[in-house]
Ligand binder design. Structure first.
Ligand SMILES: C[S@@+](CC[C@H](N)C(=O)[O-])C[C@H]1O[C@@H](n2cnc3c(N)ncnc32)[C@H](O)[C@@H]1O
Length: 329
């Protein structure tokens, strides 16, 4: 048995966290505040006198997204206690004033657009070229909406994929149990024509892939600082666009303990560091040295360029020179 404790299940999402009430209240408030952003835009655009067609597109998009999030909130609501919500430490009116991150990843992962497929293919090929063809088990840290875990699953008998975000795992489950999920990533600017303002995106998982997921990919919520996984139980741990989310020193011991002898650690991403402590913003060389000092042998150390979360409706997109690092224990 790979798990070392029981989970709670809410709206089909498996959750391994110690204080489930606090976690649910925090997740609820995060999504609730995000929906204020959708609401705010609706109010702003609804009475515009000029460029009616442009604002019409935006209103349709924000309204649709608003209703999507409302569905998530309504399903969560029965599990939320008022006292827990009141004690959630939020920053007042500080709504998440951007498109939900989940939608940027759903766009890349499950809409099959050329630009997203290209990024997935480059990552998949680069990693597969650095690892043995068949292994027992893999763990994906901060898996998002899961495409890369699914794509790389053909090298493993069993795949575990975890994310701290309730909605990321909820969206995967939604796609597995239903056919289509529609959403918008509205673009107010950097666009060629009105057609690009608010394209409706349809995410779906093909039936054969759903079968693969049901058979061998286990998606669950957990914090990587408190993983529900037994020590010495995983052949390869993947940190794809995740290493820069939390400082290495906070998670290394736990991940190291989980990886079996002769198992692998795989990093892919630009070391973009989303925290503020410069002393933990290791260079690739420092990161590699840290692993080597802790008994790992470097198998791969190279740079691979990809676009990142590229949406062809926009004039702008990010390009990353990703560092691929594979180390063997
Ligand atoms: C930049 S995204 C990468 C998603 C995915 N690896 C991919 O490339 O498609 C980072 C992910 O890490 C998750 N995350 C952040 N902190 C986490 C934590 N402490 N434990 C587990 N997941 C976390 C976020 O919710 C987010 O989905």
């Amino acid at each position: 048995m790979i798990y070392n404790r029981n989970f709670s299940e809410i709206d089909r999402v498996k959750i391994y966290v110690d204080n489930i009430q606090t976690y649910i209240a925090e997740s609820y408030m995060l999504l609730f505040n995000h929906n204020k952003y959708n609401e705010f835009n609706l109010h702003k655009y609804i009475n515009q006198e000029y460029r009616k067609e442009y604002f019409g597109c935006l209103i349709e998009a924000y309204l649709h997204n608003y209703n999507n999030i409302r569905e998530l909130l309504l399903n969560l609501k029965p599990y939320v206690e008022v006292e827990d919500v009141l004690s959630v430490n939020t920053n007042g009116g500080n709504a998440v004033n951007t498109t939900l991150k989940d939608y940027l990843y759903l766009h890349r992962d499950w809409c099959y657009y050329e630009e997203g497929e290209k990024q997935v293919e480059i990552i998949d090929n680069a990693i597969k070229n650095s690892l043995p063809l068949k292994m027992e088990s893999a763990l994906f840290l901060g898996c998002g909406v899961g495409r890369l875990a699914v794509e790389l699953s053909d090298s493993f008998k069993k795949v575990y994929a975890t994310d701290k975000s309730y909605s990321m795992i909820w969206h995967i489950n939604k796609l597995i149990s239903e056919n289509n999920f529609e959403f918008y990533n509205p673009q107010e600017k950097n666009i060629y024509s009105l057609e690009n303002v608010a394209k409706k995106h349809t995410a779906f998982i093909k039936e054969d892939i759903k079968k693969v997921i049901r058979e061998k990919v286990d998606f669950f919520v957990s914090d990587i600082l408190n993983l529900p996984i037994n020590e010495d139980s995983i052949n390869a741990v993947f940190s794809i666009y995740f290493t820069d989310v939390i400082a290495l020193k906070l998670w290394f011991d736990k991940i190291n303990a989980i990886i079996k002898k002769e198992g692998y650690f795989v990093h892919f991403g630009p070391l973009d560091y989303f925290f503020s402590d410069e002393s933990e913003m290791l260079t690739a060389k420092e990161f590699r040295l840290f692993f080597e000092k802790n008994g790992y042998t470097t198998i791969t150390d190279k740079i691979i360029e990809t676009s990142h979360l590229n949406d062809a409706n926009s004039f702008t997109y990010k390009v990353y020179r990703n560092w691929l690092f594979v180390a063997k224990k």
